[in-house]
Ligand binder design. Structure first.
Ligand code: FES
Length: 180
């Protein structure tokens, strides 16, 4: 049975502010999903239900929107979500090498997460910075004109940080939940 989830008071306040900006509650759906993701890490089914209840929308509308946007996570992501752009400009300037470095350093294929919850690796489409290719994003931070040497350094630093920070809150329970 799924555990009940509830927004924190801080998130409820932000949602109330959002709702004040839109004539219809549906208009606030995407920003509310992002707030929910910030709070719970990913959009597990009960979180989508919570959003549906909050905005008085059918669950199907919330699901359809969440499924459409790749930046809305439908499965748990690790502490560091490494997203490498594999579109044309980045590909021509070496994104395949960056991907190979990440796969080797993290022991992951695209779409996978390390069992310790520290890293998720993803191949993504254009990050809208083609003029600064190759580009990648880690959580909400963008990295431009990334060289193999810089990327290796960055991953090594994140590994060190990850040991101190540990996995996201609820990682193990969420893993179990996602695969149940
Ligand atoms: S192709 Fe990579 S940012 Fe556009």
């Amino acid at each position: 049975m799924s555990e009940p989830v509830a927004f924190s008071a801080a998130t409820n306040t932000k949602i109330a502010e959002l709702l004040g900006r839109y004539p219809r509650k549906q208009g606030a759906l995407i920003p509310t999903l992002y707030l929910a993701q910030d709070e719970f890490g990913w959009l597990k089914p009960e979180v989508m239900q919570l959003v549906a209840d909050k905005l008085e929308l059918p669950l199907a509308s919330v699901l359809a929107t969440a499924m459409f946007y790749t930046m809305l996570y439908k499965k748990p992501v690790g502490r560091f979500h490494v997203q490498i752009c594999t579109n044309v400009s980045c590909y021509l300037l070496g994104s395949d090498e960056l991907m190979a470095i990440a796969q080797q350093a993290l022991g992951l294929a695209p779409g996978e997460s390390t069992p310790d919850g520290l890293f998720t690796l993803e191949a993504v489409q254009c990050l809208c910075a083609c003029d600064r290719a190759p580009t990648l994003q880690i959580n909400k931070d963008d990295y431009f004109k990334v060289t193999p040497a810089k990327f290796k350094e960055l991953l090594a630093q994140l590994k060190t940080d990850g040991v101190k920070l540990g996995p996201p809150v609820g990682w193990l329970a969420d893993q179990h939940h996602a695969h149940a």
